[in-house]
Design a protein around this ligand. Sequence first.
Ligand SMILES: [Zn+2]
Length: 440
Amino acid sequence: MTEPNLIDAAADEAVTLTSELIRIDTTNTGDPTTLVGERAAAEFVAEKLTEVGYEITYVESGGKDRHNVIARLAGADPSRGALLVHGHLDVVPADPSEWSVHPFSGAIQDGYVWGRGAVDMKDMVGMTLALARHYKRHDIVPPRDIIFAFLADEEAGGKFGAQWLVDNRPDLFEGATEAISEVGGFSITLRDNVRAYLIETAEKGIRWMKLRVRGTAGHGSMIHRDNAVTKLSEAVARLGNHRFPLVLTDSVREFLAGVTEITGWDFPEDDLEGAVAKLGNISRMIGATLRDTANPTMLTAGYKSNVIPSTAEAAVDCRILPGRLEAFDRELDELLGPDIEKEWMELPPVETTFDGALVDAMTAAVLAEDPGARTLPYMLSGGTDAKSFQRLGIRNFGFAPLRLPADLDFSALFHGVDERVPVDALRFGTRVLDRFFRAS
Ligand SMILES: [Zn+2]
């Protein structure tokens, strides 16, 4: 363990760095022409690393003005696989008129660091960067190599960040066997002030699907039997109203069993959704990991009230449980029928087991800082860059530790208004990560 005053200094720096990173507006709308500060953030990180002696690799991905920084800290045993610690530097947009403080102020007030990215995920980037600097400054050698990766474009699916690097620069992740990043390691408070830290072991798959129907164009005043708008509307309604079957994956089953052990609550399969509601705010996310979902999000058709268009299109956001892809496709085909054209962008589900030395090290690090707490695996209903690193055979975990106040609606802060992270939680997370890096 690092001497207390030294790790306190690293924790202080994690708070400052998180605030400084938030002040660099790295909004990623998905449209590369609107990029603002991704380059500035990457250069900031690169400078912080080189300043303390790291040799970094600075990669512009995909020729699209996207910026990534990778650095490796040599461990004591080079024969062991490396640990990859990755974080994205981009954030989703924020409208200042909706916020209590400016979303790119990085204000430190009322015990919180405020701003877009405070929990997604400049908090983890700040903690990681502070520890990377701490180790280099004090010649601290971890048990095995740690690869620090600061990445572009996660919020638009990573096509010009993690995906591109995995396709084009896999050498940068050579020897990495396990990885940590968002979204996990945060606490929820269950009965009697017992905290459970949720470590992400699985993610649903993402399929952003476009549906297209072709019909016959015509005048809106005539009898018309081949209307693309009508056909598409029917298909979208069938899909949007469909309830995919309840499937308990291992991660969800283990999570619920852990909650039962702590609280005594039952999760009967005939009223699982009702029982999950007892979990409070986090139930929105847990509830979404019990079934596949397909939510229609966009409709496009026509250009004039009295013209029947020849095509109509819809976008549907599908989220698919690990192991469910084939079954999902069968149900989809049945619901939509043969006349609907489909195309999509897909990122696979992720799932690993909640066991082994790395999981033990995460649990030990958390419990050393929060005695009496528990760690539990859980499935993220969204997606992260873990989907890309899985393709390199790397085992992925969401572990960005934060001890949170019981009444904070943490999951609502992701992409939400007044996104903020408790200063104490950043300091706690830095100490936990330090113990973890030095024991893993
Ligand atoms: Zn994120």
